[in-house]
Design a protein around this ligand. Structure first.
Ligand SMILES: N[C@@H](CCC(=O)N[C@@H](CS)C(=O)NCC(=O)O)C(=O)O
Length: 202
């Protein structure tokens, strides 16, 4: 399998999951310019990462990729406890990270410039307020838990990635002690450290 990634992007979640799975895989870094090249658009017509290639088959959309990894390597336990409810909990928190938190960062990454807010400061500030509320929910979920759903899953690296973005973009995470503990545990994890190192982030 080969993961197409950009350093620190949402593809870092897949990179960490691949490390946790522990089977051989390859990575290919996709630069901003290359992501819009005809060659890469054949891999992902959205010009985005992640994309996962398995033989001549390519899968895009992060939630699909993470679920595919969990299903391909059930022994990793990354898809939950094996029960339908356990899997649904994992997908609920994966959707939270991928569909609620991730898009709220768009103003910070310049993708709402079409709104005509020249400095984008108002839009960014509104996003920071909304993000504080979302991270508060994750913090509440982590009360008494090491992992989002009780056991390590594909949702955890996604929460870690968006938490990194929050720190980098000035989202107020003060007082979110459970989230802070989760973040520090992730940073201390050998698989997370390997993925960060491979992406040139340490
Ligand atoms: N819905 C897609 C979104 C992927 C996405 O937003 N990727 C970002 C990096 S985190 C990207 O490559 N953006 C570049 C672009 O869209 O031009 C998914 O979940 O995979």
């Amino acid at each position: 399998m080969k993961l197409y990634y950009s350093p620190g992007a949402c593809s870092l979640a897949d990179h960490i999951a691949l490390e946790w799975i522990g089977k051989p895989y390859q990575v290919e870094r996709v630069s901003k310019d290359h992501s819009k090249s005809p060659e890469y658009l054949k891999i992902n017509p959205a010009g985005a990462v992640p994309a996962l290639q398995d033989g001549d088959w390519v899968l895009t959309q992060n939630a699909a990729i993470l679920n595919f990894l969990a299903d391909s390597f059930p022994e990793s336990g990354l898809g939950g406890d094996g029960s339908p409810k356990g899997r649904a909990e994992v997908n609920k928190w994966l959707a939270f990270a991928n569909s609620d938190v991730h898009p709220t960062f768009h103003p910070m990454f310049g993708s709402t410039a079409y709104l005509g807010d020249e400095t984008a400061e108002k839009t960014k500030e509104a996003a920071r307020v909304k993000l504080r509320g979302l991270f508060q929910r994750a913090d509440e979920q982590l009360v008494g838990k090491v992992w989002l759903t009780g056991s390590r899953s594909i949702a955890d690296p996604y929460l870690y990635v968006v938490s990194r973005w929050a720190k980098a973009t000035g989202v107020d995470l003060s007082g979110l002690t459970h989230l802070d503990r989760f973040f520090k545990n992730m940073e201390a994890d050998a698989g997370v450290q390997k993925a960060l190192k491979d992406e040139g982030l340490t």
